[in-house]
Design a protein around this ligand. Sequence first.
Ligand SMILES: [Ca+2]
Ligand SMILES: [Ca+2]
Ligand SMILES: [Zn+2]
Length: 635
Amino acid sequence: MSIKHKVLTASILLAITGTTATTLIIAQRDTGADAGNAARSAGAQTANAAAQRNAHAPAAHATLQQPFADASARSGATPQAQLDNHPAVQRARELLQADKARSAAAHGLSGANADAALAAESYQPRDVIVEADGSEHVRFQRDYQGLPVIGGDLVTHAKNGLLSSISKTLDLALGNNGAAPNAKLSSAQAIADAGVHFAGRFLEQPKSRMVYFAKDNQPKLAYEVTFRGLNKAQRPVHDLIYVDADNGGLLGRDSRIYSAESTETSGYTITRGKVNITTAKVGAEESDGRGPGYLLRDDKRGGGTTHNTGGTVVDLIFGGGDFSAPAMFDADNVWGDEQMSNVARTGVEAHYGVARTWDYYKKFYDRLGIFGDGVGVQSFVNVTFSYFFFDIGGTNAFWDGDAKRMVYGNGDYGVSNPVVAIDVAGHEMSHGVTQATSGLLYSGDAGGLNEATSDIHGTLVEFFDNSPKDPPDYLIGENVNLDGTPLRYMFKPSLDKDADGNGSFDCYPAAGFVDEDPHYTSGIGNHFFYLLAEGQKVPKSHRKSLLPSDLVCNGTTGLKGLTPVVAGQIWYRANTLYLTSQASYPDARVATQTAAQDLVDRGLLKASAVKTVACAWEAVNVGLPEGSDAARCKK
Ligand SMILES: [Ca+2]
Ligand SMILES: [Ca+2]
Ligand SMILES: [Zn+2]
């Protein structure tokens, strides 16, 4: 193992709320000391990055201590304990022992050397067949020095207590007579070397374990590196690649048929009752020894997975947190129950929100996944947050742009639910879309546009899902706080102001934004979007407290909207085609007017739509950039 050192790298953790003063957050990330060495070919770079992320994964020997660690050969239905105690297996062991002693003598070993060689090898039964005539056939996996020997498996054939033959491709001698296995390469280096031979795109972090790889009767100490991902045809692949533990050379490979079967099932959520989700049916080898059963993995949507961190703490300044948990598992595919505290319900809701967000982007924008590459994301639930190491609780969620994962807080007992509502899931995933397209910065006007983009799409996902348990609205996170107070209000952003007067902006200030929290400057974009989608109409929930004149900044009356779907098309097109990383609100006005004109040119919208866009911007005091001759609301 090379020694890893920590560096602080800037990473934008885009959170659903701005309860902390800091929005540009420093996350802790490992860099491998062996990075230069590992990147010895261009192809190794992806694997190297993955290896760096994998820095906290248990070492190969630790993996081997887990029960069922060698589950690959345990697909048989007979429980291990039953196999171990089978009389035919006991007899076969004795016969093997005698054969080993003969073999040791044949290799010139005697005394302590022979004892060490004998002790170094062990056998685990995998299958037993006893025929009617008393013939016994026992299949064993072989271990050497506690490491599995790939290709060392054998079958003993016996009758009446006499060994008739052994089927095997590897003889006894493994060479080092009991010396502990000693690899020159670290696990991370082996993953990088093996990565050169993997043609797919990763769906999860590569894993490695140390084994002996035996081919042509030449056992070698090796790393078995497991890669799972998607090939060019977007089919899931599962490759085991064996590299020499001393020099990284390719020794062999094995491809598992990716046997997972997608199943449609249902589960209980925190806020939406029972929902339909897609899970993956897997055997023990695909579930880290927890199964056969089902994983919260959606192979119909790029293999996205949902994980239970078990309450890991993420510091909003220093990052951290343990994200090594495998995808959530359930033996009978019945997920969650009616207990609010059940983590399964939280996982199901996050999993569901991700699926609906995927479907929304596919249906309305023909976009496959956040990055447009057909690959799902990892979602982590059961997280709490600290700030400068002080406990601040669980009422938050964020998209970690660096690690490309979503993290959902647990909520705060008695105050808020786990933060997995669908507008929050849609919000967080949409940060990834922005990251992959306009790349809007997270400060100034651009920061507000970035946050508004996420609120807009999160809301449209809620419209798309249209659940009676969560009627579509222009509120953000109304299902987070137990008292129903939303995090934000798109039609009148300043309604979120706290007692100190901190909160979202309704109207664009002439000088633009510089240092304000993007969760507040998003008010301009959200407000514009509401007017564009719905017009100057007070939502039912607020008819007693607001007048149409309260919805605009410029005293205009009778503004008409274009429908939420059309407004979404315009915003998406502007964000993915016309906005750049430092865009201002006036730039966004031009971008959305250009996007609307595109749709007019394609015959999808009436020519007046461009003016409708201009009028909505003017209603929130966003003008045109200097010298622009783009359309104005009047004339
Ligand atoms: Ca709602
Ligand atoms: Ca909502
Ligand atoms: Zn956000």
